[in-house]
Structures are given as C-alpha cells and as structure tokens.
Design a protein around this ligand. Structure first.
Ligand code: ZN
Length: 132
C-alpha cells in the first residue's frame, strides 16, 4: 500500500461539477475518460501526489446511478496505489477481506483496479489500483 491515489466523488451532473472543481482547485481537469464496462464517465484532477476522480453515471444501471439513488453526491470511494495488485489481493483475502470481483480489471486512467466490498472494510468502498 503506497499512498492514496485518488478519492472517487460521485456526481449527478459532471459538467456542473467540473465548473465547481475547476474553480475550487484553480486548474482544469487533466483527463476525461468513459469506462463503458463500469457505466461511468470520469474526470480527473491532479492535486499534489493525489487525484480527485469525479464519477458520473452513463446509464441507469451504473453503480454510480445506484449509489446516488441512496446517497447524496460526495465521496464514493478511496483508491490506494499498490505495486502488485495480485499480491495485495491475495494478502487481503487471507486477512478476510472480500472483493467485489475476484480478479482485477482495466479501470480508468490506465490502471488495473479491484474493489474491496464495504462490508469488509468498515463501510468504506476501497479501490486498489496499480499502474499498468
Ligand atoms: Zn477510482
């Protein structure tokens, strides 16, 4: 576990939120990317060694759409950078953590990612991510 790579923030209207975060951080996003397999459109801001990832649903079945049915906009997940995602998953499974999917997959921003289920992480959705 290296550092907080990014905070994922669920938003209802990405273009509106983009204006807010651009003003807040005093700089534009450095990347926008749709991940159709996850049903999300992402917008990334750099902030020192960390990032903010805005997440907007691209369809009603998207996990972000489901999340926003029950929760207000705001922090959705915390992403932690790891060197070897397979090794960390192995270690965490041995510690009793449950992953939403058993294998890492391609995420936004050129990363391999895996999510730990909030039920096993104190109510927090945790993403592991490894640079490809
Ligand atoms: Zn993320």
């Amino acid at each position: 576990m290296n550092k907080i790579e990014h905070l994922g923030i669920a938003v209802k209207d990405a273009s509106k939120s983009k204006e807010v975060f651009q003003k807040l951080l005093g700089k534009p996003a450095y990347k926008e990317e749709r991940v159709e397999s996850e049903g999300v459109a992402t917008i990334f801001y750099e902030l020192g060694p960390n990032k903010l990832e805005l997440l907007e649903a691209t369809n009603p079945e998207s996990p972000i759409a489901k999340y926003l049915e029950k929760n207000p906009e705001g922090i959705h997940h915390i992403a932690i950078a790891v060197d070897d995602i397979h090794k960390e998953m192995e270690r965490l499974k041995n510690e009793g953590f449950v992953f939403i999917k058993d294998q890492p997959k391609q995420g936004a921003d050129n990363k391999l990612i895996a999510f730990i289920h909030p039920k096993s992480a104190n109510g927090m959705l945790v993403e592991l991510c490894q640079d490809r």
